[in-house]
Write a protein that binds this ligand. Structure first.
Ligand code: FES
Length: 153
């Protein structure tokens, strides 16, 4: 989606900054916000570029580096850690051949660590884009990743 299409939907006010950044990132080819986008957004809402950069680096859901189509956010908070998030991490690494903050060569998956996802009762848990997966086992991880791969076939 072109950035002007997004900007037209919002009043040029700083209160809309998060919504605008979200929508531009969601519509990008690589799940990220590039420098030019950020400059345009800053000019549109009338704040310094440093303010927009500060917002992007403060919120972990934003990224200024290119990422995969599917962002895996693996919870690293204590309840998930105790329930085996390390094993889940090892399985994801083995399956996708990437570590934290890396993207697969085919551009499909990026793996990120997250703090509590708010579903501690389902620990260990992860999100892939907007979907939450809990009670993860190594077998379940393989199944979930394969489901995403199959979407691309
Ligand atoms: S600690 Fe992992 S979801 Fe809350």
């Amino acid at each position: 989606m072109r950035i002007d299409t997004v900007l037209k939907k919002y009043e040029a006010k700083e209160e809309n900054l998060l919504y605008i950044l979200h929508e531009i990132q969601d519509g990008s080819d690589n799940n990220s916000l590039n420098k030019k986008d950020l400059e345009e957004v800053a000019a549109y809402v009338g704040v310094p570029l440093s303010r927009v950069n500060g917002v992007v680096s403060f919120y972990s859901m934003f990224s200024s580096r290119p990422r995969g189509k599917y962002i895996i956010r693996l919870c690293q908070s204590p309840p998930c850690f105790i329930k085996g998030s390390v094993n889940v991490y090892e399985k994801i690494k083995q399956q996708l051949k990437i570590s934290e903050d890396e993207t697969t060569d085919d551009g499909l998956f990026t793996l990120e660590f997250s703090s509590c996802l708010g579903v501690c009762g389902l620990a260990p848990a992860m999100m892939i884009n907007d979907d939450v997966y809990g009670n993860l086992t190594e077998e379940r991880v393989v199944e979930i990743l394969n489901n995403y791969r199959n979407l691309e076939d």
